[in-house]
Structures are given as structure tokens and as C-alpha cells.
Design a protein around this ligand. Sequence first.
Ligand SMILES: Nc1ncnc2c1ncn2[C@@H]1O[C@H](COP(=O)(O)OP(=O)(O)OP(=O)(O)O)[C@@H](O)[C@H]1O
Length: 280
Amino acid sequence: MNLIKELAQRDQVFSFMMPSVSPVDVRHGPILYLEDVSVSFDGFKAINNLNLTIDDGELRCIIGPNGAGKTTMMDIITGKTRPDEGSVWFGSRHNLLQMNEPEIASLGIGRKFQKPTVFEALTIFENLELAMASDKRVLPTLTARMNGEKRDRIEEVLTIIGLETQRYQRAGVLSHGQKQWLEIGMLLMQQPRLLLVDEPVAGMTEQEMERTAELLTRLAGHKSSHGRQSVVVVEHDMGFVRSIARTVTVLHQGSVLAEGSMDKVSSDPKVVEVYLGEGH
Ligand SMILES: Nc1ncnc2c1ncn2[C@@H]1O[C@H](COP(=O)(O)OP(=O)(O)OP(=O)(O)O)[C@@H](O)[C@H]1O
């Protein structure tokens, strides 16, 4: 019965005939695709059959209690940690599990860690300039033309991160929030397709949090020459997540516990139980 049904589906391709490319087409949907990903550390499954899809231009928030696997998930996407099982694709052509960290970064996957790591002795402008210099995609032979383009790009990023007036100040004098924006700006210099942002508002004032919410919301979906930017934010601050989230993914014990709007996931009894258990 099943066989007859299967044979009748003429439009379907048998699995052994499928080409070895991911089922993802960037132009119409997902830009990042994790399927059945698992990784164990000393027998402990930090990521357990994780399935996650991020759409082109999307802003996604990932929440979850301590130890849920959020950092490990980011490490897998950026090539820092290799999973034991599963597949991870960027667009339809890039199998991230066959690439190393620099290769993955050069595809346009930028990661911002929780602690800002700007060059404090340099000006904001110089920090942005350096960030571009480390982009191997910029050909040094085009120097003359690039100088103008580089300057334009720095100006554009200064406006996006709201630090135009401080451009010649040393980064060391910036507030914690401003340093975080500068570091986001340094990632933007490379025109990333996907930004992975780890706890961006930890230690920020209310006002800085509001500006960060505006910044991240604006970045997601922004069109550059490389396509539309997608942003994945891992964050513990629920108020902040509520203020920016369209779709929230709740991780627990290495897999997706719930996904949907903030209202939907926060009223999900499974989610409530996990967070109550943590004392939130
Ligand atoms: N290199 C490692 N070796 C051993 N165990 C690890 C390693 N990395 C992570 N783990 C364990 O895997 C689990 C998931 O950790 P992970 O840091 O990904 O969680 P998280 O959701 O980011 O937590 P937090 O919100 O506290 O940052 C934890 O129990 C952690 O102790």
C-alpha cells in the first residue's frame, strides 16, 4: 500500500537520487539550517537532536536556562565545535561541517561574544578601519578605489551604530554599551549575511538597552551587496527579548523545547516549568 503510494508520487525524487546539496535556497527562505545535530562532552549530550532553521533577513532570539546548549549551538555554527551527528548548512551550497572557522567566517557569518573586545587605545574610526583590513575578501590591489569605498563604508557604519560624533575619540573612553555597538559595527564592516550575537545587553543601562533593541531590529533584514542580513540573538534578559522578538526559540537540554511568538512560548506550560525550576 505504502509502496504504491510512493510510486504514484512521480514528482518526488528518491533519496538516493538527491544531489548532495542542502534543501535550502537562500533566495526564498532559510539561510541557516541545522538538522538532527548532536554533540556530547564526556558522555553528556550538550546538544541533542537539535533542529533549527533561520530565514533570510530574520531576527531570531534564542533563550533557555543555563546549560541549555545556546553557546554550544553558536560554537557549532561557527565551526569551533564539531557535532557528532547531524548536518549544518548555510544557504543551499555551503556545508558548514566541511569548513573550518576562518572559512565559515569568510562566508559572512560574524559572531559577537558577550564581552566587548575593541582596541581601547585606538579611535572608533581606527577600530572600524582595522575591522575592514582583516576582511580577506577586499583585494589590496584596488587600494585607490577602496580608500574611497572604505571611507564611505566606515561613515555608513558610524551612522548605523550611532557613534558619528565620537569617531575620533579613543574607544577606551566609551561606555560599556557604546563599546558593544562599536564591536557590532566592526562586524558590520565585513557586511555579514548572518550575525550571531551573544547576550548583547548584559550590563547595559535601560537607555542603552533601548538603543540596542533599535539597532538589532534595524540590522535584521537590512539589504547589502551580499544579500539580506539575518540576526540571531542569545539573551537572558526577557524584557529585552520581548521588546525585539518576532520568533523566539527556547532551548532546553540541547533541543528545541518551544518556538513561536514571545506570547506563545511564555505561556507554554513546558517553558514555564523549565523557567520556574530555574528560579526565574
Ligand atoms: N567543552 C566542553 N566540555 C565539557 N562540557 C561542556 C563543554 N562545553 C559545554 N559543556 C556543557 O554543555 C552544556 C551546555 O553548555 P552551554 O554553554 O552551551 O549552555 P548555555 O545554554 O550557553 O548556558 P549559559 O546560559 O549558562 O551560557 C553545559 O552543561 C556545559 O557544562
